[in-house]
Design a protein around this ligand. Sequence first.
Ligand code: COA
Ligand code: AMP
Length: 628
Amino acid sequence: MTYSEQYLRSIDAPEAFWGEQAAALDWFQRPETMLDRDDNGIHRWFVDGQLNTCHLALDYHVAQGRGDQVAIYYDSPVTDSKRAITYSDLLDQVARFAGVLLAQGVSKGDRVLIYMPMVPEAAVAMLACARIGAIHSVVFGGFAAHELAIRIDDAEPVVVVSASCGIEVDKVIPYKPLLDAAIEASQYKPRATVILQRPEAAAELQAGRDIDWAAAAADAEPAPCTPVAATDPLYILYTSGTTGRPKGVVRDNGGHAVAMHYSMKAIYNMNPGDVFWAASDVGWVVGHSYIVYAPLIAGLTTVLYEGKPVRTPDAGAFWRVVSEYGVKALFAAPTAFRAIRKEDPEGKLLAQYDMSCLKTLFMAGERLDPPTYDWARELLQVPVVDHWWQTETGWAICANPMGIEPVATRAGSATFPVPGYNVQILDDDGKQLGPDQQGSVALKLPLPPGCLPTIWGNFPRFRDGYLSTFDGYYVSGDGGYRDEDGYVYIMGRTDDVINVAGHRLSTGEMEEILAAHPAVAECAVIGVHCELKGQKPLGLVLLKDGVDIDPDQLHRELVASVRQEIGAVASFKDTLIVPRLPKTRSGKILRKVLRQMTDGEEYAVPSTIDDPASLPELEQLLTRHRTP
Ligand code: COA
Ligand code: AMP
């Protein structure tokens, strides 16, 4: 089938289309009802199916004779180590670790929080949870103790799995003190923690609570796969919303497995045995979907890379990994390519490597800016595919469907809607807009398999945040348009979420932290242009009357508190004291105008502005602050 045929069928006959995709998987009980609605009125896929995601990722392949194929290449320039783990080895490790979790009293439906660096044991822990029907929640290693505590309180994990440390280029970051502080701060107390000791910084274990991974796994009884319902949750992954409280995106087992399997071929054109590398982190959705689950469910070999695109040791690191493991498709964030380009503008290091194995470069996490798109395409001489998605969907909404029918790409566009996604551009009243008209990018319901059915423990937040704006649609939070030929262009968030080095962050959360400083009367955090990271946060603060504080000291304190509360990953390094913040008469700060002023873009002042006379002075101040 051509792309158009597949796409139309997925929209006109979704149950038949996804039923056929589901039939490719080894269910314990095949679903007969493809699409239904739950008690909240939300569409649910494959409701009467029974399966186990770990079985699909491991046991099935071993049974099919793939046991000796490498499942994971672990490559860690930061520890100077490499490991090739076969499907059989991985199954053994996962079954044992599942036994460790069972021995700690974890049972089906319980949560397990995983706070780990990019080591294979992170994937082992995820798959072990899937194996026993427990729900994992992986927290990115760059988050601070406070963020971890929020997630512990929300997910209420029976067990936390962690490591003694992570390694950032040449810095060793002890995780255990962060974990201890988080558990100290959280209301909910996990029963036990399992700690992977790493030689770079061993952790002191607390008797009665902390368990050593290696010792526990050595004695563990391997556990079999527990059948779960297709609609049972596989994981919760927290992502930034507009407030200080992250949203626990829930992923089910059945829809997710079908979407992962389908996408590996339809979008990425990967076949069993091929090598796939998503240069992300297991703490993000890209890592969940395309480092761990999709490549394994599809019988591929996945690369788990503990390093950076630059400085580990140089800007040729990506080329080295691609050539060393025979990577057929690389998935990276544009910011990684901007970092490589900055250090090696002509891509000279590429000449040292045989890159003939690489067939496609996929980019996501943020908009692929045309200069980076052109640079990567010219350098690598392979198709460069920008594809758009979000934690909530778990897989791409728009892409160039390389395994169905590759089409010519256009710079700045994420190409076409992926089968299953009915993408519409809507105006503020929910009316569909025509070609080249920019509006809110919305997805007509039902969403395809794999997308979130709710926010953990908070269905109203899901309904109000995503489904209430336009009747019958899911709102993505992104703005964009379609051109005359149907190419979709995603132009950026329409809410207070920003994207820093491919990491999604909430400005609202940063504002809550700045506002807590005793000298600050009011503040706004905006995402301003950054040559390397796409965006970076800038904190604009208004001082309380009569406050006498050295601006440098205030700056240092504000930067330190965001780092302390959210973590280094926020990249919060810029503040500016302003005389006032422009607002509408109803008191809403005009953040978009502030961002446009700082970035030197045209801006329209809303007629509802409270104090238009204050704008020129503010613009002058922000212009001086602009990144050259
Ligand atoms: N654990 C602990 N700290 C972490 C961390 C982790 N897992 N990840 C990042 N950090 C820290 C960094 O050390 C840095 O700390 P610093 O302020 O003390 O230097 C800070 O968080 C910001 O990190 P980062 O945004 O990664 O910036 P960088 O300057 O270290 O590296 C890039 C810049 C572009 C090389 C890097 O951001 C990158 O590789 N980006 C790709 C992102 C990506 O793959 N995203 C996935 C989405 S698909
Ligand atoms: P996350 O949930 O962390 O994956 O971030 C999702 C957000 O990142 C989206 O809502 C977009 O704002 C942005 N994003 C991701 N991929 C792209 C892309 N290819 N083009 C434009 N924006 C993107």
